[in-house]
Write a protein that binds this ligand. Structure first.
Ligand code: NDP
Ligand code: HSE
Length: 430
């Protein structure tokens, strides 16, 4: 005879409705796999009357989601509202304090308050599960925390935001405008409520901060992540990338260096024949480099109703089975305090696009700045020929320290020949 596990869901939007559908569709399968009958007993949202395309008849409704923590008919609380503060945080803290396991898809909350919540879960001998928070349907949390536990990780990186990947793919394939493509992504349910979180790289940075903690056993440290989004990537950059043999992707990269851990999110040029370069549309991909296993690659849908709910349900089944691992892989008391490295120290090759007047002496002046900063140029190409008009000059550098390149671009921006702020995109070797 199976036990009954009673579930309370806060938030009946894209993800919450998806969870209701999976539990309904796979009732018997989930019972066989978890040894428990999973029953949703209570829900909370803002608008009780809203048509959600699923029935919530017979379920207890709470206007205040925090009531789920007190309800004796709720064994597991799902926080599927979103936001790093307010009701989502209150609900998680209250539930953990009450010793109730929490499942959340909320990467913003975990990136900012992950350590505090993990400590609460430990102190109250309960679970905080969040598979859906990173890369949606890809079981990367489980892979890092359990499957790869025999390895020291040197680097974890990937495409962590479906909206940006969708926009970059569509820009390349259709030549369409950024704003129109963003609107499509919102209508498809990929983008966050505030889409600036997606396009400015914040959502990917939230996920990277969580991955860093899992990979390196350090407390989640969102403030140390360097973040740059895709707003400034132009159609001309995409064309130039194609001509140079690259594709532009927004990557999150966490890497262990001699000086500490580097955490950065920014547009990257990656060689077109790499796996990452060929992960398109809303798909996410994560690569983990372990010392014994070598590279492992995970690709799948990083957003949307079904994939995200699939990850939430996996966490519910783990809890029903009594499987328990420390929230970020190691107990909070055993976390390592490894220093974080600034992006200024990053060493790599760079694509640079200058917009300058087409007149004599410009390239000589640019070359002098690069020489003074000890930056070696691999290639240089002028786009167009238009006497006294602005043209694009595209450069690719050899390996250089980022701080030196930034200084060089600041000097070039001040030239009288410069028409616009120079743009640069990091070339990442994978
Ligand atoms: P939605 O905006 O679709 O849904 C949010 C839900 O929260 C709505 O049902 C809303 O109620 C409810 N809600 C808002 N405020 C309150 C409140 N004060 N009290 C109770 N309920 C409230 O969000 P998603 O489902 O897309 O996202 C949920 C979480 O999952 C977020 O943390 C998000 O970052 C994360 N996530 C989402 C993914 C996706 O693809 N959508 C992928 C991975 C993670 P009402 O419907 O009545 O307005
Ligand atoms: N807005 C996010 C994305 C949803 O586009 O990837 C998944 O976290």
């Amino acid at each position: 005879m199976s036990t009954i596990v009673k579930i309370g869901i806060a938030g009946l939007g894209t993800v919450g409705v998806g969870v209701l559908k999976i539990i309904e569709t796979h009732r018997d399968l989930l019972e066989a796999r978890s040894g428990a009958r999973l029953v949703v007993t209570a829900v909370s949202g803002r608008d009780r009357a809203k048509d959600r395309g699923v029935s919530i008849d017979g379920l207890t409704w709470y206007d205040d989601a925090r009531a789920l923590a007190d309800d004796p008919e709720v064994d597991i609380v799902l926080e599927l509202i979103g936001g790093s503060e307010g009701i989502a945080r209150d609900l998680c803290m209250k539930s953990l304090r009450a010793g109730k396991p929490v499942v959340t898809a909320n990467k913003a909350l975990l990136a900012i308050h992950g350590s505090e919540l993990a400590t609460l879960a430990e102190d109250n001998n309960t679970s905080l599960a969040y598979e859906a928070a990173v890369a949606g349907g890809i079981p990367i949390v489980k892979a890092l925390r359990e499957g790869l536990t025999g390895n020291a990780i040197s680097r974890v990186y990937g495409i962590l935001n479906g909206t940006c990947n969708y926009i970059l793919t569509e820009m390349e394939e259709t030549g369409g405008e950024f704003d129109a493509i963003l609107q499509d992504a919102q209508e498809l349910g990929y983008a966050e409520t505030d889409p600036s979180f997606d396009i400015d790289g914040v959502d990917a940075a939230h996920k990277l901060a969580i991955l860093t903690s899992l990979a390196f056993g350090t407390p989640v440290d969102f403030d140390s992540v360097y973040v740059e989004g895709i707003r400034n990537v132009t159609a001309a950059d995409i064309t130039a990338a194609t001509e140079l043999g690259y594709r532009i992707k927004l990557l999150g990269v966490a890497r262990r260096t001699d000086k500490g851990i580097e955490q950065r999110v920014h547009p990257c040029m990656v060689l077109r024949d790499t796996t990452i370069a060929n992960v398109s549309n809303v798909f996410n991909a994560v690569v983990v480099e372990g010392d014994f296993v070598d590279d492992t690659i995970y690709v799948g849908r990083g957003a949307g109703e079904g994939p995200t709910a699939s990850a939430v349900v996996a966490d519910i089944v783990d809890i029903a089975l009594g499987r328990h691992t420390p929230t970020f892989g190691v107990p909070m008391a055993r976390m390592s305090d490894i220093p974080k490295v600034s992006v200024d120290d990053h060493i790599g090759c760079y694509y640079v696009c200058l917009t300058v007047y087409d007149r004599s002496g410009v390239i000589a002046d640019v070359a002098a700045v690069f020489r003074d900063e000890n930056i070696s140029i691999e290639s240089l190409l002028q786009r167009g020929r238009s006497r006294q008009e602005a043209v694009s000059v595209i450069l690719v550098t050899h390996q250089v320290q980022e701080a030196a390149l930034v200084r060089a671009l600041e000097k070039i921006e001040k030239f009288t020949h410069s028409v616009a702020k120079p743009r640069m995109i990091r070339i990442v070797s994978l």
